[in-house]
Design a protein around this ligand. Structure first.
Ligand code: PEP
Length: 253
């Protein structure tokens, strides 16, 4: 049985006080959500404070990115995975489409970040997904396949249970346009098959695959009703405690 994961990607939103306020508002609203892992991913600068304020709660912290380098050094502007772990972070989002699109992250870079995160004991939420043009051209599966093999190229069997995949079609992120549950299911089933072929049936059965792209309280139920959708990576609707809590609690049914 795969435990669902509902993760909120706060992107570059919220000051320290706003982050603490949202996190504290969320805490009681999801306190009984034992059916899933509840994760929020605020900006780097607030992680330590939010981690402290959430101590003892069932909300876990993710970072939105990490450095490719595994040890400290002359890497201006970067934050290493072990530094994230040091302040209470448990997960890191890697290869988000905004990083691939706007910061030129290649599969090679994503792979190094995955390795760095695993080496530091973090769990990885690795994002994959095709653009609208690629979907229209019929290359969505080969694009996702390439991102999976490129990003996860150096994984060992013991790493697999710390990998979560988020399928986020680029055309559905922040656009209000959601993949239909059937479109999402089709790609999730494909990702699981790729994993089975590349690793093992057992690893594929255990893999959590999240859907991301305009998930809201009113569409999470139909998405979660699909057999290969194991949770959601939520952007816009995670910024308000109430709507994120509704998504967390709805995913129960
Ligand atoms: C995201 O940022 O990962 C995302 C899915 O955003 P939104 O829910 O706003 O589409």
């Amino acid at each position: 049985m795969r435990k669902p994961v509902i993760a909120g990607n706060w992107k570059m939103y919220k000051t320290l006080s706003e982050s603490v306020e949202t996190a504290l508002a969320l805490k009681p609203l999801v306190a009984n959500a034992n059916h899933c892992e509840v994760i929020i991913a605020p900006v780097f600068t607030v992680l330590k404070t939010v981690a402290d304020r959430l101590e003892g709660s069932n909300i876990r912290l993710a970072a939105q990115d990490c450095a490719t380098e595994t040890s400290e050094g002359a890497h201006t502007g970067e934050v290493a995975a072990f530094m994230l772990r040091d302040v209470g972070v448990k997960y890191v989002i890697v290869g988000h489409s905004e990083r691939r699109q706007f910061y030129a992250e290649t599969d090679g870079v994503v792979s190094r970040k995955v390795q760095a995160a695993l080496a530091s004991g973090l769990q990885v939420i690795m994002c994959v997904g095709e653009s609208l043009q690629q979907r229209d051209q019929g290359t969505a599966e080969s694009v996702v396949n390439g991102q999976l093999s490129g990003g996860l190229s150096r994984l060992t069997a013991s790493d697999l249970d710390r990998i979560i995949i988020a399928y986020e079609p680029v055309w559905a992120i922040g656009t209000g346009r959601t993949a239909t549950p059937e479109q999402a299911q089709e790609m999730h089933a494909f990702i699981r098959r790729v994993f089975a072929e590349g690793h093992s049936e057992e690893a594929a059965r255990a893999l959590r695959i999240l859907y991301g792209g305009s998930v809201k309280p009113d569409n999470v139920g139909s998405l979660m009703g699909q057999p290969d959708i194991d949770g959601a990576l939520v952007g816009g609707a995670s910024l308000k405690a109430e709507s994120f809590a509704q998504i967390v609690n709805y995913s129960k049914s």
